[in-house]
Write a protein that binds this ligand. Structure first.
Ligand SMILES: [Zn+2]
Length: 102
Protein backbone atom coordinates (compact mmCIF):
# COMPACT_ATOMS: atom_id res chain seq x y z
CA UNK A 1 0.00 0.00 0.00
CA UNK A 2 1.19 3.50 -0.73
CA UNK A 3 0.00 5.26 2.39
CA UNK A 4 3.49 5.82 3.76
CA UNK A 5 4.63 7.37 0.51
CA UNK A 6 1.70 9.75 0.41
CA UNK A 7 2.31 10.80 3.99
CA UNK A 8 5.96 11.49 3.28
CA UNK A 9 5.17 13.48 0.18
CA UNK A 10 2.63 15.59 2.03
CA UNK A 11 5.16 16.35 4.71
CA UNK A 12 8.24 16.98 2.62
CA UNK A 13 7.43 17.60 -1.03
CA UNK A 14 5.77 20.95 -1.43
CA UNK A 15 5.78 22.55 -4.83
CA UNK A 16 6.66 26.19 -4.88
CA UNK A 17 3.92 28.19 -6.56
CA UNK A 18 6.03 31.29 -7.02
CA UNK A 19 9.14 31.65 -9.17
CA UNK A 20 10.45 34.50 -7.00
CA UNK A 21 12.17 32.37 -4.38
CA UNK A 22 13.40 35.29 -2.32
CA UNK A 23 9.88 36.12 -1.14
CA UNK A 24 9.01 32.63 0.08
CA UNK A 25 8.67 32.09 3.79
CA UNK A 26 8.18 28.85 5.68
CA UNK A 27 4.54 27.75 5.88
CA UNK A 28 5.13 26.30 9.34
CA UNK A 29 7.13 28.94 11.21
CA UNK A 30 7.44 31.92 8.85
CA UNK A 31 11.22 31.57 8.75
CA UNK A 32 13.33 32.64 5.79
CA UNK A 33 13.93 30.00 3.11
CA UNK A 34 17.47 29.68 1.81
CA UNK A 35 18.81 27.60 -1.12
CA UNK A 36 20.49 24.38 -0.07
CA UNK A 37 20.45 20.63 -0.50
CA UNK A 38 18.76 17.91 1.50
CA UNK A 39 17.77 14.28 1.38
CA UNK A 40 14.49 12.50 1.97
CA UNK A 41 13.65 9.07 3.32
CA UNK A 42 10.52 7.39 2.00
CA UNK A 43 9.09 4.03 2.99
CA UNK A 44 7.33 2.64 -0.04
CA UNK A 45 5.73 -0.81 -0.01
CA UNK A 46 7.72 -1.62 3.12
CA UNK A 47 11.03 -0.68 1.51
CA UNK A 48 13.02 2.28 2.86
CA UNK A 49 14.41 4.49 0.09
CA UNK A 50 16.77 7.45 0.52
CA UNK A 51 17.17 10.14 -2.12
CA UNK A 52 20.06 12.55 -1.55
CA UNK A 53 21.50 15.63 -3.28
CA UNK A 54 18.07 17.24 -3.65
CA UNK A 55 18.15 20.97 -4.31
CA UNK A 56 15.67 22.64 -2.00
CA UNK A 57 14.73 25.81 -0.23
CA UNK A 58 15.33 25.11 3.43
CA UNK A 59 13.86 27.02 6.36
CA UNK A 60 16.72 28.35 8.44
CA UNK A 61 14.56 28.21 11.58
CA UNK A 62 12.87 24.80 11.55
CA UNK A 63 14.68 22.99 8.74
CA UNK A 64 11.59 22.23 6.65
CA UNK A 65 12.59 21.66 3.00
CA UNK A 66 10.61 22.93 0.03
CA UNK A 67 11.11 21.43 -3.40
CA UNK A 68 10.50 23.01 -6.77
CA UNK A 69 8.09 21.32 -9.16
CA UNK A 70 11.08 20.01 -11.12
CA UNK A 71 12.72 18.39 -8.09
CA UNK A 72 9.34 17.04 -6.99
CA UNK A 73 8.96 15.43 -10.41
CA UNK A 74 12.48 13.98 -10.17
CA UNK A 75 11.55 12.43 -6.81
CA UNK A 76 8.43 10.92 -8.35
CA UNK A 77 10.51 9.60 -11.28
CA UNK A 78 13.09 8.00 -8.98
CA UNK A 79 10.41 6.34 -6.86
CA UNK A 80 8.53 5.10 -9.91
CA UNK A 81 11.69 3.75 -11.57
CA UNK A 82 13.52 2.61 -8.43
CA UNK A 83 13.51 -1.03 -9.59
CA UNK A 84 15.34 -0.23 -12.85
CA UNK A 85 17.74 2.42 -11.52
CA UNK A 86 21.01 1.36 -9.89
CA UNK A 87 21.32 2.94 -6.42
CA UNK A 88 24.43 4.98 -5.64
CA UNK A 89 25.06 2.67 -2.69
CA UNK A 90 23.32 0.68 0.00
CA UNK A 91 23.35 1.61 3.69
CA UNK A 92 22.29 -0.38 6.70
CA UNK A 93 20.58 1.75 9.31
CA UNK A 94 20.15 1.30 13.08
CA UNK A 95 16.52 0.98 14.19
CA UNK A 96 15.33 2.02 17.67
CA UNK A 97 12.10 2.12 19.66
CA UNK A 98 11.10 3.85 22.93
CA UNK A 99 11.09 0.46 24.73
CA UNK A 100 14.90 0.62 24.73
CA UNK A 101 14.94 3.54 27.19
CA UNK A 102 11.87 2.74 29.32
ZN1 LIG B 1 10.20 26.90 9.26
Amino acid sequence: MGVGLQNAKEAKVISMNDTDESKNLCDFCGGELRPGATEIEVRINGELVVIEDLSALICHQCGEAYFTAQVSRQIDDILARRKELTPLRYESVPVFSPSLVG
